[in-house]
Design a protein around this ligand. Structure first.
Ligand code: IPM
Ligand code: MG
Length: 399
């Protein structure tokens, strides 16, 4: 037995614990929720990212500028590009976010971010931490909020995925103990579980939802999932009017395809990795990850993004202009609601539904067989200006 390897692993583990205990202090002493109504100007940064990112970000920014034209004029809102969050720059400095870019991101209250390339072991890029994950950790964006709606099938879900812990917290810091054994760590904290569960229940109570479902694998992953679940039921007691129940991730994955049962789910709260997987599955019912937006919410900052990757192959094959900007524009609609313009967010959502799901005068296929992202965005902006947008949306909804 290699005793020295065990000692090295223990020391490594000790250092990880020290860092996490410091993080706990920060989480517990973090300032409360920012109030956008009191802020002028609200600073919005747009990040292009990698691959198709800059192409779809350009379209999303165009929509955002249109929606906020009055607020930009009055000085309530400022919209700016944040450059440099590219895989080339990240590889050059061997960091998931170059320091100058991170400083720039922190100067903005909220960011709208294009997809970024996430390297893995064996890729041509160095195996640095995912930039998405690093931004979430750096800005303490503890809630990943992902709505999925398919009105024709009665699906109206909203996922509250914990966003800073679980296997993601220590993802890049596993131990290669010796040539046989590799170990990664999974972390769930009480403050971390509490704040995501509370946000889910708050959402339910403010939006007339009657049920919150927690998803774990607490029968097997006893310590961490056990804690998450225990805290879920403790927070649930503060919301006696809302039904609280829990499912295991395996059967939950199956139930989402059960047409008779799935429409009963409403608000779903779950640890990070289960949330990552389940929200891709859920988005598929709505038309795929290309149709889903995602909000990364913290008390001070927020970042909005598509839930898909940077599709480098589309760029290599010269098809980037055919990439669908809908997911990023959906993220923009969540941004609008989050910073205090819920009506604008809702209009944008209705226009996206009309253009992408019902009317489909232009369809983006990702290839020259379909419309370009720019043409689709023109169509969307035309639809947004329609005087009877809401009636059109409601009539489609009724079928
Ligand atoms: C997501 C993505 C990221 C994640 C990747 C790119 C690291 O899949 O936002 O769901 O795993 O969180
Ligand atoms: Mg994912």
């Amino acid at each position: 037995m290699d005793k020295a390897a065990i000692e090295r692993a223990k020391e490594h583990f000790g250092r990880l614990l020290e860092a996490q205990m410091k993080r706990m202090e920060q989480v517990k002493s973090a300032p409360d929720w920012i109030d956008y109504a009191k802020i002028k100007p609200i600073k919005i940064g747009v990040i292009g990212g990698d691959g198709i990112g800059p192409y779809i970000a350009r379209e999303a920014r165009r929509v955002l500028e249109f929606m906020l034209r009055d607020e930009v004029k009055s000085g309530k809102v400022v919209i700016a590009d944040i450059e440099g969050l590219t895989i080339e720059n990240r590889a050059a400095c061997m960091k998931p976010i170059p320091d100058d870019v991170l400083a720039e991101i922190k100067k903005h209250h909220v960011t709208l971010k294009g997809p970024t390339t996430t390297p893995r072991k064996g890729d041509p890029w160095p195996n640095i931490e995912s930039c998405n994950v690093a931004v979430r950790k750096e800005l303490d964006l503890f809630a990943n909020v992902r709505p999925v709606r398919v009105p024709q099938q009665g699906i109206d879900w909203i996922f509250f995925r914990e966003n800073t812990e679980d296997v993601y917290a220590l993802g890049p810091f596993g131990i290669e103990v010796d040539e046989d054994i590799a170990i990664d760590f999974r972390l769930i904290s009480a403050p971390g579980a509490d704040r995501i569960c509370r946000l889910a229940f708050e959402h339910a109570s403010k939006n007339g939802r009657s049920r919150v479902t927690c998803v774990t694998k607490a029968n097997v992953v006893k310590t961490t999932d056990g804690r998450f679940l225990e805290n879920f039921y403790r927070i649930a007691k503060e919301y006696p009017g809302i039904e609280a129940d829990d499912w295991y991730i395996d059967i939950m994955t199956a139930k989402l395809v059960d047409e008779k049962r799935r429409r009963d789910f409403q608000v779903i709260v779950l640890p990070n990795l289960y949330g990552d997987i389940l929200t891709d599955e859920a988005a598929e019912f709505q038309g795929g990850v290309g149709t889903a937006g995602s909000a990364n919410i913290g008390k001070q900052y927020a970042m909005f993004e598509a839930i898909h990757g940077s599709a480098p192959r589309m760029v290599k094959e010269g098809r980037a202009q055919y990439a669908d900007p809908a997911s990023m524009i959906r993220a923009a609609s969540m941004l609008l609601s989050h910073v205090g313009f819920p009506e604008k967010g809702k209009s944008l959502e209705m226009a996206l539904d009309i253009c992408g799901q019902y009317e489909k005068k232009l369809v983006v296929t990702g290839r020259p067989t379909g419309a370009t992202g720019a043409a689709f965005t023109d169509y969307l902006m035309e639809t947004l200006q329609s005087p009877n947008l809401k009636q059109r949306w409601e009539s489609y909804l009724k079928g």
